[in-house]
Structure formats: structure tokens, C-alpha cells
Design a protein around this ligand. Structure first.
Ligand code: 5RP
Length: 263
């Protein structure tokens, strides 16, 4: 791996633990101002000290985030779709590599929609982005999106998606946790992080999700709604960090969370 790419990867996946807690705040690119991200700066700023990286679009980065932050940036560079449009899978590249370099990002991220009407187009987007990333030393995070079909989250399908992204040259994968998740990580030769998905019923459920994913081979989480839609987002991300970086059990994470909530 080239020095620049290696350096960026080291900032994203902490060498002390080999793990990562990223904060996903890119949802507005197809969902608009969803609950708790109406004013991105208000939600994001207090969480920055606890995130190993933040994932967002250039619009939110340029307009809502101070340029003096140390937190590494994962720039979402795919889009062109919306929750009210015809097909969520109809994505293209929305931000060029030159802009990503100008913004001093540590990685670029795009979604692929395997099994959808736009499978081919999104996989070619990935391949082209990887070529450009290799040219400039920028790692690519491939997101195995499922669109509105959340029921697609099973090991056979996600293992297929992750492996295809790795074969096409992505440096990292973001996917969903599922039953038999080890099959997904075992079949994927590059680091895998999980999305949190829609807010879960309890805080404990979110810690269990992170814990189970880590135990089954994920290197971390790229979590959004389960952190910043929580009533106690700082306590929540700190407890998730304990699970990911310190192998805390779900019980320990709950105790930590309940103590931090009171402060
Ligand atoms: C959408 C994304 C989002 O960033 C994402 O799903 C992660 O956030 P959450 O934990 O809220 O699911 O990549 O494709």
C-alpha cells in the first residue's frame, strides 16, 4: 500500500486496537433534514472528540464544520437520489476526487446497490472511484446499501456484496450486521464496519449490535442514528467506544452509559 493511503488508513482504524468508531452524519444526502440532524453543527460538534472519523457530504462539511478540527473526514461522494424519488439505487458520483483532496479527507465513501436495477452502474462507480483513489492515495469505503428493502440484510446477500466490493478494489466496507455475520467477515479480505441502521428500541440493543459485530470480525462501527438520535448522545458514543476499543461487554456498556447519563 502506498504511503499516503497507509497513513490515511492508520488515522481511520486505530493502530492501538485495530478498531474504529466512526460517526455517520451523511443521511441528509437522500433523506433531507431528518430528526436531530436539522442543524448538523449543533448535533455533530459535541460528538467530534469521541469519533475516530466523521462521515458526511461536502455540503455539511463546508457549511457546518470548522476547518480546525482534528477528526478525520470520510467524504460521501455518491448520491443523486432521494427518499421520494423513483429509485434509491440510482446513484452517481457527486463529488470529484480533486474536491476530496482539496478538503483533505482521509477516505471517500459511496454506496453500491447489488441486486438492484442500478447494480451495474453503482459497481462501475465503485471501480472508477477506486482507480482515482489509487492514483491519489485516498482509500475508498464501499457502503453495501439496501435501499428501502431492509429485509435484504442476511448473511448470504451481505457476504456477496462485501466480497464483490473487495474484489473491485475497495479498501474498506460498511455493511449491516446480520445473523451469522461471521460468514460476511470471513468472506471479505478487507476491514468491515457496520452501520447502526434505524434507531433501535433500547440503548442496550445498540451496544449488543456493536458487541456482536466486533465479536464476529467487524473492525468497528460507522454509526449514526443510534448515537445522535439518543437522548444522551455523548454517553452513548462513549459506551459504544468502550465496546469497540476496550472489548467491554454489553452489561458493562450499559452500566457505563447509565453512569455517564447522570453527569
Ligand atoms: C446510508 C449511510 C448512513 O451513513 C448510514 O446508514 C449509517 O448510519 P446509521 O447508523 O444511522 O444507519 O451510509 O447509506
Amino acid at each position: 500500500m502506498d504511503w499516503g493511503m497507509k497513513n490515511r488508513m492508520t488515522k481511520l482504524i486505530k493502530s492501538e486496537t485495530g478498531r474504529a468508531v466512526w460517526l455517520a452524519v451523511d443521511h441528509g444526502y437522500f433523506l433531507g433534514p431528518i430528526s436531530k440532524l436539522e442543524k448538523p453543527k449543533k448535533t455533530i460538534d459535541p460528538l467530534l472528540p469521541y469519533a475516530d472519523a466523521i462521515m458526511l457530504t461536502r455540503g455539511v462539511l463546508r457549511n457546518c464544520i470548522d476547518a480546525n478540527i482534528d477528526t478525520p473526514i470520510i467524504l460521501r461522494v455518491s448520491g443523486g437520489n432521494s427518499i421520494v424519488g423513483k429509485a434509491l439505487s440510482n446513484e452517481g458520483i457527486t463529488t470529484c476526487m480533486e474536491e476530496a483532496i482539496r478538503l483533505n479527507v482521509c477516505a471517500v465513501a459511496l454506496s453500491v446497490y447489488i441486486g438492484s436495477e442500478h447494480e451495474h452502474q453503482t459497481l462501475i462507480n465503485l471501480s472508477k472511484l477506486v482507480d482515482e483513489g489509487q492514483r491519489y492515495g485516498i482509500p475508498v469505503l464501499a457502503v453495501t446499501a439496501v435501499g428501502k428493502e431492509l429485509e435484504k440484510r442476511d448473511a448470504r446477500y451481505l457476504a456477496l456484496c462485501c466480497r464483490i466490493c473487495a474484489e473491485l478494489g475497495a479498501q474498506m466496507i460498511k455493511t449491516y450486521y446480520c445473523k451469522d455475520f461471521k460468514k460476511v467477515t470471513d468472506g471479505c479480505p478487507i476491514p468491515v464496519v457496520i452501520a447502526g441502521g434505524p434507531k433501535l428500541n433500547t440503548d442496550e440493543d445498540a451496544f449488543k449490535l456493536a458487541y456482536d459485530a466486533i465479536q464476529q470480525g467487524a473492525v468497528g462501527v460507522d454509526m449514526g442514528r443510534n448515537i445522535w438520535q439518543s437522548k444522551f448522545p455523548i454517553a452513548k458514543i462513549k459506551a459504544v467506544r468502550a465496546v469497540v476499543h476496550k472489548n467491554a461487554s454489553v452489561k458493562k456498556a450499559c452500566i457505563l452509559f447509565n453512569n455517564l447519563k447522570k453527569k
